[in-house]
Design a protein around this ligand. Structure first.
Ligand code: AMP
Length: 598
């Protein structure tokens, strides 16, 4: 029931007074985007005026945009490596931020094969919390009655380590779920989860998933929305149900918990939740034993109004599978965020995935935009980039996002390419186009061309003793199976047919490639089970020439033709797959430990 018009908002009638306040905040921020940005920059520069970094660039206490833009360089993670390393090694002086660095957030973006370390400060948690607090008030505008039930969200923590200097290093969501902000959040009827904190916080991914699924099944009639952070995570939960419904139904029938769940606090918590329910157990068995799992989400959770998962960017590849399992439920992409900074939210979350635009909230950081011209060779010293302010971006144009944060990142290139689709008041709205330099991605892994090249080189060393080399290769993220996996197509030159590499050798090549991948990939394989074994498909000799012929027949220039290092266009896939002579899968898990290699 909407509250009376005294609280009305241009976005729509708020569901309650708390929502009215949140919507007013969004209006205020977006109407005053430019002054808010000016204030944010001035606050950051004032707060950090005595840091080593700002002093180095002789800002001399200036807090205005012109001085800032003329004196501070636009940088990437690699430029900050020395400072980050010093902080990681224990230097507590004010290097980047006047406030102490409270921990490092480990990005899924990597540098030299390891997760990037993003410094953060305590107060950033409040800023993240603030953005979270805006999501349900917006959702309530579009979906009424969410206070009448629960959300089944599959949320997980990942492992954490300490840097040599003793700072925690962990993913931003792990940091958030373990914070008091999350653990002791006040009761909010619009935001009740089926998963207890103990299940979300259990570091063992099997026990965590098992108990979250159990609670979701038990509350099946109350579930109004089903979600995970990314689409790949929700599909992993469906796969988990496929593999574990027998044990889950057994537990539901008897009201006891599977012995595989060993975490004592989780057992204690589940002991209070579980009740024997033979009828529900029968239902789960009946549905899950069917051959056909189409629409399984709505069969098991019949009151689900939408899926809450990110399906923009690399996650768009999962839309057809999500539609299959959910009978085409709406997919809400609610927010756009990163380890460096939380950016903004989708003010129209029930729109189609292809129409999703995120409105950057001007209070989160100072935002600049580097015009992105896919055809330009880049910037030189003589033609430094001209960055555009938040309110000055132009509809239809593409930009790379550059941020200046309270935690001390200054004019830092995030690596995301965004296209302006419109404005809400004076705040622009962006379509997420892609992340730069990502070739392959299944879950949060991001493999670039150089990493793939290195992996192929390392693996092909195993072929030397067989007088065999890899003449050409390309790759494909196969998401038809859950979890998805990398497929690498190889065309081989076998010089001695009598001594050609065996299946065993090619399997070892798969593993060698996996060993060469970055730590996010290997963690996905080993700890999260979010990526399946890498596959090599050997294709007939001449296949890549056919691929070139095909591209040329479609208008590519012979002189400029380059073998695509990743493919996903159906006719090309069909051509490649029709030329496959053998397939080989990685026989084991690559090495991975939470500790960083450097
Ligand atoms: P991480 O630093 O590991 O948290 O990853 C952050 C990155 O994930 C962003 O810079 C984006 O590339 C991507 N990302 C985050 N939110 C979204 C979204 N809503 N849609 C598409 N990509 C996203």
């Amino acid at each position: 029931m909407a509250v009376d018009s005294a609280f009305s908002s241009p976005l729509g009638p708020p569901a309650c007074e708390k929502d009215a306040k949140a919507l007013r905040f969004i209006e205020e921020m977006t109407r005053n985007a430019d002054p808010v940005q000016e204030r944010v920059l001035s606050d950051i520069l004032t707060q950090n005026s005595q840091t080593e970094y700002l002093r180095r660039f002789k800002l001399n206490g200036a807090t205005d945009r012109d001085s800032f833009k003329s004196k501070l360089p636009v940088i990437t993670y690699e430029d900050l490596q020395p400072e980050i390393q010093r902080i990681a090694n224990g230097d507590r002086s004010a290097i980047l931020s006047a406030h102490p660095i409270s921990e490092f957030l480990t990005s899924s973006g990597t540098s030299a094969g390891e997760r990037k370390l993003m410094p953060t400060i305590k107060e950033e948690l409040d800023r993240r919390q603030l953005l979270y607090s805006l999501l349900m008030p917006v959702m309530n505008l579009y979906v009424p009655g969410l206070d009448k039930g629960k959300g089944l969200y599959f949320l997980f923590v990942k492992s954490e380590t300490r840097t040599p200097g003793g700072l925690l290093a962990r993913p931003v969501l792990t940091s958030y779920y373990k914070s008091e902000h999350f653990k002791t959040r006040p009761y909010d009827p619009y935001n009740v989860y089926t998963s207890p904190n103990e299940a979300i916080l259990c570091p063992d991914s099997f026990q965590s998933m098992y108990t979250q699924m159990l609670c979701g099944l038990q509350d099946r009639h109350q579930v109004l929305r089903v979600g995970a952070v990314f689409a790949s995570g929700l599909l992993r939960a469906i796969r988990f149900l496929q593999l574990n419904w027998r044990q889950l139904s057994q537990d539901i029938e008897t009201g006891t918990l599977n012995q595989k769940v060993t975490d004592p606090s989780l057992r204690e918590c589940m002991g209070k939740i579980l009740k024997p329910d033979p009828e529900l157990a029968r239902f789960v068995r009946h549905e899950c034993s069917k051959e056909n799992w189409e629409g399984i989400i709505t069969r098991i959770w019949p009151n689900t109004k939408y899926l809450d998962v990110i399906v923009t960017g690399a996650m768009a590849q999962y839309i057809p599978t999500l539609d299959y399992y959910s009978g085409g439920l709406p997919k809400a992409c609610t927010m756009y965020a990163s380890s460096e900074c939380y950016f903004g939210l989708n003010l129209n979350p029930m729109c189609k995935p292809s129409e999703v635009s995120y409105t950057i909230m001007p209070n989160m950081a100072y935002f600049e935009f580097l015009p992105h011209d896919p055809n330009s060779a880049g910037f030189t010293r003589d033609s430094p980039p001209k960055l555009v302010d938040l309110v000055d971006v132009e509809i239809g144009k593409e930009y790379e996002l550059v941020i200046t944060t309270y935690a001390g990142l200054c004019r830092y290139r995030v690596g995301d390419i965004l296209r302006v689709t419109g404005f809400h008041n004076s705040a622009p709205q962006f379509h997420f186009v892609r992340r730069k330099n990502v070739l392959l991605s299944i879950d949060s892994d991001k493999t670039d061309e150089a990493e793939l090249q290195k992996a192929v080189e390392n693996a092909s060393r195993l072929l030397r003793e067989f007088n065999t080399s890899v003449v050409e290769y390309t790759s494909y993220a196969d998401t038809k199976t859950i979890p998805g996996h990398y497929v690498i197509y190889w065309e081989l030159l076998v010089k001695d047919a009598a001594n050609s590499p065996t299946d065993d050798v090619l399997k070892q090549c798969c593993l060698a490639m996996e060993e060469s991948m970055n730590s996010v990939y290997r963690q996905g394989r080993v700890a999260d089970n979010s990526i399946g074994p890498l596959e090599i498909r050997v294709v007939k000799n001449g296949t890549f020439e056919e691929l070139m012929d095909y591209a040329i027949s479609r208008g590519a220039s012979i002189n400029q033709y380059k073998v695509p290092r990743c493919v996903n266009f159906t006719p090309i896939m069909e051509l490649l797959d029709s030329r496959v002579v053998s397939t080989h899968f990685s026989p084991a898990l690559p090495h991975w430990t939470p500790e960083r290699r450097r």
